[in-house]
Ligand binder design. Structure first.
Ligand code: BES
Ligand code: ZN
Length: 615
């Protein structure tokens, strides 16, 4: 609606001499998008019918992707494809000409399909290949129950085109139906209406009635079961994990209720989470109706469930209102971190939320330090043309984005910010947003309206962090910092001080050792707290970062580091540890471990680590 209004305004302005319209006020529905070959302004897909067979022996998905299309007398429609074998293409059921353009390392090949004026449907018969980047085929040994293989997909940012030929831009929105045939011992689930039980013949039908962006199409197949938490929330996991996962995430219904209370009705009916094998490359992925999650958050004490709050928050910021291009990624992630913190505060109180916010604040400082020679990377609005959009997945989008909204909250107050955000999600539901249009909307509906001055442009378009930033404080973390000083000064640990510490306090403790901490001091701490064998993956990860950095080898930590790197594929975790190796001149040791670990990693993780270690 808004778009149309702008268009009308601009047409009127043009009539009276509007000579220099801004790019965002053109009458084209889709903005220029550097990460897709599609030309949706010419011809666009609106619905996908997927009919595929999954062959675990050959590690191939094959079948047919049919699309309803819309166009105005176009002669061709362009899809994205990468590492796919295209067998034949039909237009309204009749074979039609198609061609594949030249290969681009990031984008793959444009699949150009001849259509006629009256063409309403196209079908592409295709197969995936062994290069297909979205898919991770796991052997039974890589699963929790070790009996059956597993397959998972990861679409964001531009990987869906490696398992389905599609217009792979976040601006595209499609509904979908899918039929998926799998070996009968396994169950298939998607970002759609899902089965709760296995079928006898291994055929599963899916429906996604709400329109989503292609990066959110997802599939997981394994020997999994379902356990409900409430009528609209529940978990999928392998049998041996199911009860643990159910206990860990038992607050999920409360999270959905808290989120709805903040920013409006949950739009996707069902909110389930599937806990995947540990080689899943992310902490979580907000696939609509079915968040994908790493098992590393199953800590036994619910201490890492902010990840669920985060993925749930994407049901508004990201899935409902979607970044138009990957340059606008901060609109997805910054808003989501802000929303995540609000959900956590609503459920567990301000202390917990402030600790999370302060951890994020430290992440941001470290990220900015890492970008000190390339300050443009610290802008919220990015310029990723010609680059892998994954490069934008840094703390800047997440934590600077968060800090921007938190600072805004401080300026205008929650009583004004919350209704504004609620209205923003409502008015732009099931559509895309870019940075420029967001700023315009912010000006109109929050700042000008309340006569508030705010340096939005500086936050968005300048590097670094503006001086008016919100200052985050946590009494609990102050005490943790005092404990560190005391232990180091006395050369003696007083375990009573740490009694009742939460995971966040332990993480803060380990991350804030003095830079010149020595091996004896690390040994003292490890002897007191056995950090080397921490059962909490986050605490273990930050501890291993320290032991690698400071060349500490006590308590068999080297064995544990290797175990961790060869069993976990979560990119953020493993890259933190490999970076520590590299920074302390121990790349050879890292490479020796990486050689063993690499077969367990998804392509998004190997891409990052290959580059980091020069593999
Ligand atoms: N959507 C992201 C994951 C992502 C981003 C995948 C960009 C591919 C490209 C997801 O919501 C996310 O942010 N995951 C985080 C967890 C979170 C608690 C910060 C992760 O995986 O670490
Ligand atoms: Zn996210």
């Amino acid at each position: 609606m808004k778009n149309k209004l702008i268009t009308i305004q601009c047409v009127l302005l043009l009539l009276v001499g509007c000579t220099n319209p801004k790019p965002e006020t053109t009458n084209l529905k889709y903005v220029e998008e550097p990460h897709s070959h599609a030309q949706p302004n010419e011809a666009v897909i609106t619905h996908l019918d997927l009919d595929i067979k999954v062959d675990f022996n050959q590690k191939i998905i094959s079948g047919k992707a049919s699309y309803d299309i819309e166009h105005n007398k176009a002669t061709e429609i362009i899809l994205d494809s990468k590492y796919l074998d295209i067998e034949k293409v039909e237009a309204d059921g009749v074979a039609t000409e198609f061609s594949l353009g030249s290969f681009d390392e990031q984008l793959g090949k444009p699949l150009k399909i001849a259509i006629k004026e009256e063409t309403k449907k196209i079908s592409v018969y295709y197969k995936t290949t062994d290069k297909t980047e979205a898919l991770q085929w796991l052997n039974p040994q890589q699963t929790a129950d070790k009996k059956h293989p597993f397959l998972l997909t990861q679409g964001q940012a531009i990987l869906t085109r490696t398992w389905i030929p599609i217009q792979d831009s976040p601006q595209i929105r499609i509904t979908y139906d899918a039929t998926v045939s799998v070996p009968p011992a396994l169950m298939a689930v998607m970002s759609a209406e899902n089965p709760k039980q296995k079928t006898a013949d291994g055929r599963y039908g899916f429906k996604m009635r709400q329109a989503i962006s292609p990066y959110l199409i997802a599939l997981a197949i394994g020997d999994i079961e379902y356990k409900a938490i409430s009528s609209r929330t529940g978990v999928y996991a392998e049998k041996s994990m199911l009860d643990k996962v159910h206990d860990e995430f038992s607050d999920m219904e409360k999270m959905v209720a808290a989120a709805e209370n903040l920013y409006g009705k949950y739009a996707w009916d069902q909110f389930d989470v599937i806990v995947l094998p540990p080689s899943f490359p992310f902490g979580g992925m907000e696939n609509p109706r079915l968040t994908f999650a790493t098992p590393t958050v199953i800590a036994g004490d619910k201490s890492l469930t902010s990840l669920i709050a985060h993925e749930l928050a994407h049901s508004w910021s990201g899935n409902l209102v979607t970044n138009a291009t990957w340059d606008d990624f901060w609109l997805n992630e910054g808003f989501t971190v802000y929303f995540e913190m609000r959900i956590m505060e609503a459920l567990y109180g301000k202390d917990r939320a402030d600790m999370l916010a302060l951890i994020a604040r430290q992440d941001l400082d470290e990220e900015i330090e890492g970008f000190k020679d390339t300050p443009n990377e610290t802008k919220l609005k990015l310029d990723l043309k010609g680059r892998n959009p994954d490069d934008g997945m840094t703390s800047i989008a997440y934590d600077k984005g968060y800090l921007f909204l938190r600072t805004l909250e401080e300026q205008v107050g929650r009583e004004k910010l919350d209704p504004f955000l609620k209205q923003y999600f409502e008015e732009h539901a099931f559509s895309t947003m870019n940075t420029e249009r967001f700023i315009q909307y912010l000006d109109e509906h929050l700042l000008d309206k309340n006569q508030v001055e705010f340096n939005t442009d500086e936050w968005v378009y300048q590097p670094g962090i503006p001086a008016n930033q919100s200052i985050i404080k946590s009494d609990k973390f102050d005490k943790v910092e005092q404990a560190i000083q005391q232990f180091i000064k006395n050369n003696k640990v007083n375990p009573a001080v740490t009694k009742g510490w939460t995971t966040q306090e332990w993480v803060h403790f380990v991350r804030n050792f003095p830079k010149d901490i020595n091996k004896d001091q690390l040994k003292m701490l490890d002897e007191a707290f056995d950090l080397t064998h921490s059962s909490n993956s986050y605490v273990a990860m930050v501890w291993y970062e320290q032991t690698v950095t400071h060349d500490y080898h006590g308590n068999n930590v080297d064995t544990e580091v290797e175990k961790f790197l060869t069993s976990v594929g979560r990119r953020w975790y493993v890259s933190t540890i490999y970076k520590a190796f590299k920074k302390s001149g121990r790349t050879d040791e890292a490479l020796a471990i990486y050689k063993k670990a690499r077969p367990n990693y998804h392509s998004v993780t190997t891409n990052t680590i290959d580059e980091l270690l020069g593999y």
